[in-house]
Design a protein around this ligand. Structure first.
Ligand SMILES: Cc1cc2nc3c(=O)[nH]c(=O)nc-3n(C[C@H](O)[C@H](O)[C@H](O)COP(=O)(O)O)c2cc1C
Length: 141
């Protein structure tokens, strides 16, 4: 019998942008990534985190029931603020299956510069979230 109050247990995703609190340094970032990779590995979550000019962009994906508590912890985390959800919902397949949490910063590539290039701006102008995901995926290849 179909139980329509059962929680959705397919794949879900969560994409946001936030502002790192002032003074957040490389050691703090390492600590965030260590905990993130450990917890994501245990929960079957994958994704990536990009840090640039004091901004975070993060994509998280995995079983929806496992994703929810981690997203709630991230939303409560005082190491960043002004969290803007860019996209969330169901997912047909993982985009970052090999990454418990891939990390990139301006040394690898600049999202802000990437947005300014002609290809990215013609394809993704008006679809900010789509542009962010395309950038993150291009880095993870
Ligand atoms: C920018 C940012 C990204 C984070 N990403 C993750 C993540 O991918 N997975 C994770 O488990 N915790 C992540 N965290 C840490 C969580 O906010 C939280 O501290 C951690 O999951 C421990 O949860 P707890 O505070 O409920 O014990 C992130 C924190 C920040 C500030």
């Amino acid at each position: 019998m179909i139980n329509d109050v059962a929680p959705f247990d397919g794949l879900g995703h969560f994409l946001y942008r936030s502002t790192a609190v002032e003074g957040l340094n490389a050691t703090d970032l390492e600590a965030i990534l260590t905990v993130a990779r450990e917890r994501n590995g245990a929960a079957g979550l994958t994704g990536c985190l990009h840090h640039e000019d004091g901004l975070f962009f993060q994509w998280l994906e995995g079983p929806a029931v496992a994703l929810r508590p981690v997203v709630e912890a991230i939303l409560r985390d005082t190491r960043h603020r002004d969290i803007t959800v860019l996209n969330e919902g169901q997912l047909d397949r993982r985009r970052f299956q090999d990454w418990r949490m891939r990390f990139s910063d301006r040394d690898q590539a600049s999202l802000l510069d990437w947005f300014a290039t002609s290809k990215a701006s013609t394809v993704d102008r008006g679809d900010y979230a789509g542009g962010v995901v395309a950038f993150l995926q291009a880095l993870a290849i």
